[in-house]
Every structure is written in structure tokens, then in C-alpha cells.
Design a protein around this ligand. Structure first.
Ligand SMILES: [Zn+2]
Length: 296
């Protein structure tokens, strides 16, 4: 794959991490809706009229952008130029981790697992200090600043998935959390048969980092565009039990709206299994994901 330099995108600088992260660029705030404006009263030290709710504007904008999610918009947030090579380097190291560990086991590893693992394997190489800082900063950052409005699912970077809580799902390369996730998946298979299978199960932070960084490289550093397709590390419900299902033989189309057109999907709906985390026009700024099954 050829890595292209990012195109000139957003303009104004704005720090948005712990104490401000000067590296990320943000576009100016979206224009307020048309209507009468209230001038703040500056006399006598009185409190100015409250601004229009930023949250409501953010949701409207996020829903609009998620309709055509895989393109860039003027107010998207990009990684700053001087961190582009760092992003690519970190993404490549995460890929080497996954290749060395193997895709199946990589799915259940935490952040600290892969840092230790990389140290022991010259073909991966120790994570550099700036790579660790980038990963930590991304975890600590409020993803709303780049347009992802979903809730945080993991509070702690050291969160992990104890193997005793997991069940390996034969033939899929994926794992599920024992309890409601595993039970729901087994009921789906019992009722729909083996044409429906797990396409992504529980995911530790390592996998979410690998997916998000790979997407951020694909979008040439556009974090907002990446987050419309993939929850940032710490925000994925795959970490706490949600899973993806697909139809045997549909391949990568399982992760498109084509899955929603299959008879299998219609049966899932009829049987009441489908409780979609990210329906159409969801208020989180995430693309429609009919294949993603919500737990809890
Ligand atoms: Zn999913």
C-alpha cells in the first residue's frame, strides 16, 4: 500500500487533549443556526446569555456527516502534519504485533500485553516513547472533539480481558465474553443455522488500536473520518460484549448495507435478535451498522 501524504484540510489549531494537544487541527466551530442572535451583555459584569447548545449542533452535524461517512469534510479533525509519520510508524508496529501474535489471539490482548510482547520480539521492535505517548493521548482524549459522540466503554488503559472470561469461537478466529454475549450468539446460531457466523467478537484495546490506526492511515490522518467507521480505542462496545455477525459467503460485504438486504438479516429482525447499536441516523456520528449486535 502506498501511503499518501495527507491533503491540506482543516485550518485553525486547537489543543484538545489533557492540557491541550497542540498537534491536532480543528476547523472553526460550525456556524450557528439562522435566527435572531442575542448579544451578550457586557455592561455591569452581568453574565452573558448562554450560547446555543453545542451538543445539539454537534449531533446534527455528526448525523449529517455519517450519511456519507467515508469522505472528508471541512470541519474534520486531522492529525497534525508533524505527527503523520509517527501515526504511520505506530500503525505499522501494531500490524507487526498482530501478524506475530496471530489474528485470533491478538483480538483479546490489552495495551500492556502488546507493549510487553513487542519488547520480546525483534521482528516487532519495542514501541518508541513517542508511539506510546500517541496511543496514550488518543485514549485520554475526548473523542467528541473530533466528532465521535458515543460513550466511553473503558475507563482504564490497562483494561484487559482475562482468558477465563472468554470463549474461543471455533472456525472464526474470534472470541466472545462468557455470559450474555455467548448465550445470544448461541441462540442466533441455533435458530438461524450455520450460515450466520461471528465476524468480530470481543476486542481488547490492542485490536481497537490496530483497527483505528489502520483506518486513520487509510484516511491520511483524518481522525474524524476514521471515527465515523470505527470507534476510537476506549470507545468500542466490542470491548464489553457487543459482536458482529455476518452471512457465510458474503465476505467483506457483511460490513456494508448489503448485509441488511439478506434473508438472514430479515430473519434476525423477525426473531427479535437485532438490537442495533448504530442504527441509521444514530446520534453518535457513526455509520449505520446493521451487522453489529448490541448486548446489554
Ligand atoms: Zn461491530
Amino acid at each position: 500500500m502506498r501511503i499518501l501524504p495527507r491533503v491540506a484540510g482543516a485550518a485553525a489549531l486547537g489543543g484538545w487533549l489533557r492540557g491541550g494537544w497542540p498537534g491536532y487541527e480543528t476547523a472553526p466551530e460550525p456556524a450557528p443556526p439562522a435566527g435572531p442572535t442575542v448579544e451578550p451583555r457586557r455592561d455591569e459584569g452581568t453574565v452573558a446569555a448562554p450560547p446555543a447548545s453545542g451538543d445539539e449542533l454537534a449531533v446534527v452535524r455528526a448525523v449529517a456527516k455519517a450519511r456519507d461517512y467515508d469522505r472528508s469534510y471541512d470541519d474534520d479533525v486531522w492529525i497534525e502534519d508533524h505527527r503523520w509519520n509517527l501515526l504511520v510508524r505506530t500503525a505499522a508496529r501494531l500490524e507487526r504485533c498482530q501478524t506475530t501474535v496471530g489474528h485470533g489471539n491478538f483480538n483479546r490482548l490489552g495495551f500492556e500485553d502488546i507493549v510487553a510482547f513487542a519488547r520480546g520480539y525483534p521482528e516487532i521492535g519495542d514501541f518508541e516513547t513517542d508511539e506510546l505517548e500517541l496511543m496514550e493521548e488518543l485514549f485520554a482524549a475526548d473523542a467528541r472533539r473530533y466528532g465521535f459522540l458515543g460513550e466511553k466503554t473503558l475507563a482504564d488503559l490497562s483494561s484487559d480481558l482475562p482468558e477465563r472470561d472468554l470463549e474461543r469461537i471455533a472456525g472464526t478466529g474470534h472470541w466472545l465474553l462468557r455470559g450474555p454475549s455467548l448465550e445470544k450468539y448461541r441462540r442466533i446460531r441455533r435458530d438461524l443455522g450455520e450460515r450466520v457466523l461471528l465476524t468480530s467478537g470481543v476486542r481488547g484495546l490492542a485490536k481497537q488500536y490496530q483497527l483505528f490506526f489502520a483506518k486513520a492511515v487509510e484516511t491520511r490522518g483524518n481522525l474524524s473520518q476514521a471515527a465515523r467507521s470505527l470507534a476510537p480505542p476506549g470507545y468500542s462496545f466490542h470491548a464489553v460484549g457487543d459482536f458482529d455477525i455476518g452471512k457465510l459467503g458474503l465476505g467483506s460485504d457483511n460490513f456494508t448495507d448489503r448485509f441488511a438486504e439478506t434473508d438472514e438479516f430479515k430473519r434476525l429482525v423477525d426473531l427479535g435478535y437485532v438490537d442495533i447499536r448504530y442504527p441509521e441516523a444514530n446520534p453518535f456520528g457513526v455509520r449505520h451498522e446493521p451487522w453489529h449486535i448490541k448486548i446489554g
